[in-house]
Design a protein around this ligand. Structure first.
Ligand SMILES: *Cc1c(COP(=O)(O)O)cnc(C)c1O
Length: 354
């Protein structure tokens, strides 16, 4: 920290992204990226005419992309917000809908960024413990008097609430915003988008990073009542109106035009998830019922950190969290079947040595 950093940030602990080491080629199963390349249509859109226009600013309203998203999700254009990754939207949401008086409720074990935003903006937040099986009880979020933020499916557990359970939370918080972070919804959970037509306090946040193979493009979107979308736009136009670059905008549109490609990739990921889960269970692992593109797994023979380290030394990266309550677990991104077979092979090697 320099002596110039504002005092209000002096104790800020930033979010730690999953490691992206460059020392060797790893089988990378640690940041929930898609193992599949973007659709050929996306690659063509980005390599084509658009790149010649990089001297010009992108459309700040993102009209063409918003139209496509509205069509795809069956909502109005006034119900869609787009931004530079869903992290950007979560950031704007904490800025827009929380402050010293209006706090935030989110699960104690969830996406680590929620707490970072809450700290960044000096918000009074409450971390709601998960049940011992890592499930979320909707009633714990009733009458929060605060903005409620829930990743559904949750990370890193992979467990999902049903739409009916989310609706209970919405009903019991009519005067507060409820943010449902659907980063992983396309791998097998139910989306709450339809509820945005019925509840003016719901924001559903989604990303292109996982189920649309575009983590490097940085694109996220949100669907909500038009008044909430207007609030998000107020924040966006007060920070960085051109926050989606031309190439990403073109990629985002092209990817919606190749829905079947992504449907196939995501179906494959869900199948490989179930295959890997069954194989790990045979090897004595306990796993949650993940609906996401990752598994949350605990060995009966080796600790979480030890397993993570042993895999890393064998060229396979997974994610381990030091939090006491989940330290026995690792989060394993679902890659291709071949990548998962490498994981299983290395796991057998490791287990034979303990
Ligand atoms: C990956 C992830 C995000 C961030 O996605 P980006 O669109 O890449 O910023 C947000 N929420 C959750 C729960 C995630 O896992």
């Amino acid at each position: 920290m320099s002596k110039f950093l504002s005092r209000r940030f002096s104790s800020l602990v930033p979010y730690t992204p999953g490691e992206q080491p460059r020392d060797m080629e790893y089988v990378k199963l640690n940041t929930n990226e898609s193992p599949f390349a973007p659709s050929p249509k996306v690659i063509a859109a980005v390599n084509g005419e658009e790149v010649k226009k990089l001297n010009l600013y992108p459309d700040p309203t993102g009209k063409a992309l918003i139209q496509k998203l509205a069509e795809t999700y069956g909502v109005g254009e006034e119900n869609v917000f787009i931004s530079n990754g869903s992290d950007d939207i979560l950031n704007f949401s904490f800025m827009a809908f929380c402050d010293k008086d209006k706090g935030a409720f989110f699960p104690e074990i969830s996406y680590g960024f929620y707490e970072v935003y809450a700290e960044l903006y000096g918000i009074n937040y409450k971390k709601i413990p998960l049940n011992s099986d890592f499930s979320i009880t909707p009633a714990h979020y009733f009458n929060a008097g605060s903005t409620v933020v829930i990743a559904n499916p949750n990370a890193p557990t992979g467990l999902a609430l049903s739409v009916a359970q989310v609706e209970e939370i919405l009903k019991a918080n009519a005067n507060d915003v409820v943010i449902i972070d659907e980063a992983y919804v396309d791998f097998g959970a139910e989306s709450c988008v339809a509820l945005t037509k019925k509840y003016n306090n719901l924001i559903v946040v989604m990303t292109y990073s996982k189920s649309r193979s575009l983590a490097g493009g940085r694109l996220g979107f949100a669907i909500a009542h038009k008044d909430l979308i207007r609030d998000l736009n107020t924040i966006k136009y007060s920070t960085n109106p051109y926050n989606i670059n031309r190439l990403t905008m073109a990629a985002g549109i092209a990817s919606l035009e190749d829905a079947d490609y992504y449907k196939n990739c995501n179906k494959n990921t869900a199948e490989v998830r179930e295959y890997t889960k069954a194989e790990l269970q045979k090897r004595g692992f306990t796993l949650t019922d993940s609906k996401a593109n990752f598994l949350f797994a605990k060995s009966d023979k080796i600790g979480g950190e030890e397993y993570y380290m042993a895999l890393k030394s064998r060229g396979v990266l997974v994610r381990h969290f030091k939090n006491e309550k989940i330290k026995d677990y690792v989060r394993i991104t679902i890659g291709t079947k071949q990548q998962m077979d490498v994981l299983l092979l290395k796991t057998d090697e490791i287990l034979s040595e303990v």
